[in-house]
Structures are given as structure tokens and as C-alpha cells.
Design a binder for this molecule. Structure first.
Ligand code: CUA
Length: 337
């Protein structure tokens, strides 16, 4: 009897310790920054309680038996044998069954809460591609930072230009894979930010060479600041060609692959590229003039720079960039001599 009391007390202490260690430790759980995070964290707390309890029950029972009932010196007898225990078998079948049904109920409640639709949700289109994020707002504004107003349900409609990516902001808790193909493959995710602050989107699907660097900033600001920000975005570019070209280069994250310093990342560096002789994979040589650069943007797999792959560069710029934007990007590259 005394063994049961000791094991019981140890199990309760261990359950209490484990349960609190994870739930009160900020390093283990990021802050809760969306309405959807609340039901998810509540569900996690319930599950974590059962996990802490059963882990403690099994491990402490095991360790206690190993230490206390170990074979002692001079004791060569076999232990006591017994077979079957109907009460125990009923208990260990019925109790887990009740717990599983309870968790299923709580899980479906949490799912319904996370997917709850606000008919006035603010819609943002998320375009993922190797390896950058672009966010399109209702009036045509685009940005590489996901700026969101506080306390408004955001409906993210997401698609990919190439392979499967995944939208994940740990502080919002929810996560959604993003598929290529458009139309019926567009995926939706609802987020109601309830904390001001800056967070990071991490692509959570292995999507190629630079998957690890497929990050974007998320900024949650007040409704007033948001209204001001969206007005500023306005679309278009009113400046000279080189400045506008740089803007398009930043928006499309070209420099993730093409350095401006001469360093080779994934594609050829743009430093000193304009006007230089470029050796192609087929052995011939061309001059990197306006025409060559335009064709490289529109048809990356046509005249490929020696030592590089033409298929790593997205082939979608002929649709996503206007010819004026391409001219301005070329002007920017030309300015890098
Ligand atoms: Cu996109 Cu990983």
C-alpha cells in the first residue's frame, strides 16, 4: 500500500511540474497574437494535461519498480506470478475511450472556432513563389511585407507560382499549405490579429534551394495607421527609371538570387553584368545588352549563363511584370556597372 501512495504522490508532482513548465515558459510557446490562437492554445492545454499525466504515470511507475524492486543480493527466487485482472482491463479500456471522445469533442469545437467566418473579413491575396512572398491588397496595392490592421478578420487567399509552399506565423498558430494551379487550388486562411507587433512568416514546406530564406515580415498596426499605410502604397512608381526599377527588384526579391556585389548566390551577380560578354551553356557568347537581359527575364531557360541553371528562375515574369517595369529593371541593372 505504501508503494501506491509514494508512486501516486510522485505522479501528481511530476504532472504538475511538466504541465506548468511548458505552459508558463515563453521560450517554449510563442506569444498569442490572433483570435484563432486562443482556441488552439486552450486545446493544447487540455491535451498537454493528459500528456503530462500519462507520461508521469508510465515513467515514474517504471523507474520506481526498477529501483525499489530490483534484484537484491542473495535473492534468487522468481517474483510472484499472476494472470488476468478483469477490473484493471475494463478500467484501462473505458478511461482512455472517454478521454479520446472528450478530446474529439474539444478538437471539433476548436476547429469550428478557428474557421469561423466574418462576412466583413478583409481580403488579402498571398502569392508565394521560389523564394519570396507577395501580398496583394483589394485596390491593387502590392507589398512584400504583410501589413495587417488590428482586430479585423483577415481572409488570406493564397496561391503559388511554382511549387508547394506553406504559410506559417507561429504567433498566429494557424498554418496553411499553398498550392500551384490557381482556381480551385487557391487556399484560404483566416486570421484576426489581436496584438500589435512585428512577426515573421516562415515557409513551412521544403520548396527548394533557398527554402530556409523564404521569410517575410508581418506587421500588425492600428486601423488608423493601416488606412494611412494603404494610401501610401498606391501602386505605380512616380520616380525615375532606375529608382522604379529598384522598387520592382525589391518587390520581386530578385536579389535573393542575384547579388549586387559580385558574389554568386543562385544566379549570376548583376554587378558589372550590363554590357559584359556572357558565355552561355551551349558554348556561344553573347553581349549582355538590353535585349539579352529582357529575354533572360521573360524566358529564363532560353539563353542560360554558363554554369547556371535556367529552371531555378521563375518563368512567370512575362505575366507578372509589365514591359515598362522590365525596362525600368534593365535601367537599374545598367546602373550597376
Ligand atoms: Cu517556400 Cu519553403
Amino acid at each position: 500500500m505504501i508503494h501506491f501512495v509514494i508512486v501516486g504522490v510522485l505522479v501528481l508532482l511530476s504532472t504538475y511540474g511538466l504541465y506548468n513548465f511548458v505552459l508558463t515558459n515563453e521560450i517554449l510557446l510563442p506569444i498569442q497574437a490572433s483570435e484563432q490562437a486562443i482556441p488552439i492554445d486552450n486545446l493544447f492545454e487540455i491535451q498537454w494535461f493528459f500528456i503530462s499525466f500519462f507520461f508521469s504515470l508510465i515513467v515514474i511507475f517504471l523507474l520506481y519498480s526498477v529501483v525499489v524492486f530490483r534484484r537484491k543480493k542473495g535473492d534468487d527466487g522468481a517474483g510472484e506470478h499472476f494472470e488476468g485482472n478483469t477490473v484493471l482491463e475494463i478500467v484501462w479500456t473505458v478511461v482512455p475511450l472517454i478521454i479520446v471522445l472528450f478530446l474529439a469533442l474539444k478538437g471539433s469545437e476548436a476547429l469550428a472556432e478557428v474557421e469561423r467566418r466574418d462576412p466583413n473579413a478583409y481580403e488579402v491575396t498571398v502569392v508565394a513563389s521560389q523564394w519570396n512572398w507577395r501580398f496583394e491588397y483589394p485596390d491593387g496595392e502590392t507589398s512584400n511585407t504583410l501589413v495587417l490592421p488590428l482586430d479585423t478578420q483577415i481572409l488570406l487567399r493564397m496561391y503559388s507560382n511554382d511549387v508547394i509552399h506553406s504559410f506559417w506565423v507561429p504567433e498566429f498558430r494557424v498554418k496553411q499549405d499553398i498550392l500551384p494551379g490557381g482556381g480551385e487550388y487557391i487556399r484560404e486562411l483566416r486570421i484576426t490579429p489581436n496584438q500589435l507587433g512585428d512577426f515573421k512568416i516562415r515557409c513551412a514546406e521544403l520548396c527548394g534551394q533557398l527554402h530556409y530564406s523564404m521569410l517575410a515580415d508581418v506587421s500588425v498596426i492600428s486601423q488608423d495607421d493601416f488606412d494611412f499605410w494603404i494610401k501610401e502604397q498606391g501602386g505605380g512608381c512616380e520616380s525615375d527609371d532606375v529608382t522604379c526599377g529598384k522598387l520592382w527588384v525589391d518587390q520581386n526579391a530578385c536579389t535573393a538570387c542575384h547579388s549586387l556585389t559580385g558574389e554568386v548566390i543562385v544566379g549570376p551577380s548583376w554587378k558589372g553584368l550590363y554590357g559584359s560578354d556572357v558565355k552561355l551553356n551551349d558554348g556561344s557568347t553573347v553581349v549582355a545588352d538590353e535585349e539579352y537581359i529582357r529575354s533572360s527575364i521573360l524566358q529564363p531557360d532560353y539563353q542560360v549563363h554558363e554554369g547556371f541553371s535556367g529552371i531555378l528562375m521563375p518563368s512567370t515574369f512575362s505575366e507578372s511584370l509589365t514591359s515598362e517595369q522590365i525596362d525600368q529593371i534593365i535601367a537599374f541593372i545598367q546602373s550597376l556597372e
